[in-house]
Design a protein around this ligand. Structure first.
Ligand code: ADP
Ligand code: MG
Length: 361
């Protein structure tokens, strides 16, 4: 998402209009959007960051908050410089420019790639970071001279050729050396912000921070509770009315990460095409789910799984959630059916008029 400050302002206003829902209080964060803190709270230290093609807002309380946020900002910028497909000497750009040959990468890159492979295995390839050439064909990158998207529906023959070079299981990681087969390319768009949220949290914890809300463009990480002792409230957008909430979740020490079909898309001849690709078809994943939120301890895992659940579609995603108690999820289908795992039951407040089906484990 790269809607920027203007959206944050608009959404801030909109959130005020939502007062009265969600346990009668405003969420502290709505995906990429941070609303005003409740007035009784002290002012947190706050830092706006633009990185990974996204507007981020980092907020923390406590003595060393300012310094901690500055360090977290630096780390996020460092991660962008090694993860970005568009920065010439990034680890990922080097891997892509040298397909067929070994490339030495940073420890962070190795960790993110290893997790992506692991989640690829867990999800039968729904998450596949080698889908990148197809993502680029659709124009879902910021690749042209003006850094503007150039969306297009690729020719079937071109997609077919690229599909022949998709398969995360062909990536070789040997210590810090990564090799992808000739003509393969990867991107970490599905996991980078989740990884960055973990890294930022780690830095804040090392600075003794016990209360923080890190909003990395739809990827929220929370540390502890608010200074008043209540949990953080994270809003999830309604995917069919993105100026409204679907629900809000009360959390502490959790990542809350959403993949939605409204984050980056274009429309042609009345049909919507979005940036999450089904590695089996080369087309935007259209298997029943239009928004998948994953809540868990680790941002990286939640980010990888939110993309994967989106691709898997309703039936497989619900089954996956049943089998994986270590995470919680909110899944929204095309026909606006909402599924919520049992771990969120006590902390969820639906927007007026909306209900959900519980996934029991
Ligand atoms: P966002 O970046 O909007 O928060 P996601 O975390 O779901 O959303 O990641 C989407 C990005 O991941 C896409 O922009 C693309 O770069 C990449 N991607 C798209 N489809 C897949 C897929 N099936 N597996 C892995 N990465 C994907
Ligand atoms: Mg993701």
């Amino acid at each position: 998402m790269k809607k920027g400050i203007a959206l944050a302002v608009v959404m801030g206003m909109l959130l005020c209009g939502c007062a009265g829902n969600a346990q009668n209080s405003l969420p502290d964060s709505q995906e990429s959007v941070v609303s005003k803190e409740e007035s009784k709270l002290p002012e947190p230290e706050s830092r706006d960051v633009f990185a990974m093609d996204t507007y981020m807002v980092l907020k923390a309380y406590g003595k060393n908050a300012d310094k901690a946020l500055e360090e977290a900002d630096k780390e996020i910028q460092r991660l962008e410089s090694i993860f970005s497909v568009n920065i010439e000497d990034s680890d990922i750009a080097k891997i892509n420019a040298n397909s067929g040959n070994p490339v030495t990468v940073n420890a962070s890159t190795r960790a993110a790639i290893n997790k992506a492979i692991e989640v690829g295995d867990m999800t039968e390839g729904a998450l596949d970071i080698t889908v990148y050439p197809i993502v680029r064909e659709w124009g879902f990158t910021t690749g042209d001279a003006d850094n503007e998207p150039y969306y297009k529906i690729p020719d079937d023959s071109l997609l077919e050729w690229h599909l022949g070079n998709v398969g995360y299981d062909k990536i070789l990681v040997n210590g810090s050396i990564v090799t992808v087969p000739t003509d393969y390319e990867i991107d970490l768009g599905s996991v980078a912000k989740g990884y960055a949220s973990d890294a930022a949290r780690q830095i804040l914890l090392e600075h003794g921070i016990t209360s923080a809300l890190l909003d990395l463009g739809g990827n929220v990480m929370t540390i502890g509770k608010k200074p008043d002792g209540t949990k953080w409230s994270v809003g999830i957008k309604n995917p069919v009315a993105t100026d409204q909430l679907l629900c809000s979740l009360e959390v502490q020490d959790k990542a809350v990460i959403t993949s939605g079909n409204y984050e980056r898309f274009f429309e042609q001849d009345g049909k919507k095409y979005w940036h999450i690709i089904d590695p089996k078809t080369g087309y935007p994943a259209d298997n029943g789910i239009i928004s998948a939120t994953v809540v868990g301890d680790e941002g990286l895992t939640c980010d990888a799984l939110s993309t994967a659940l989106f691709v898997m579609g309703t039936e497989k995603a619900v089954k996956f959630c049943k089998e994986h108690k270590e995470i919680d999820a909110v899944l929204v289908t095309k026909d606006m059916k909402v599924y919520v795992t049992d771990g969120l039951k006590n902390g969820i407040a639906m927007q007026d008029g909306l209900s959900y089906e519980l996934i029991k484990r």
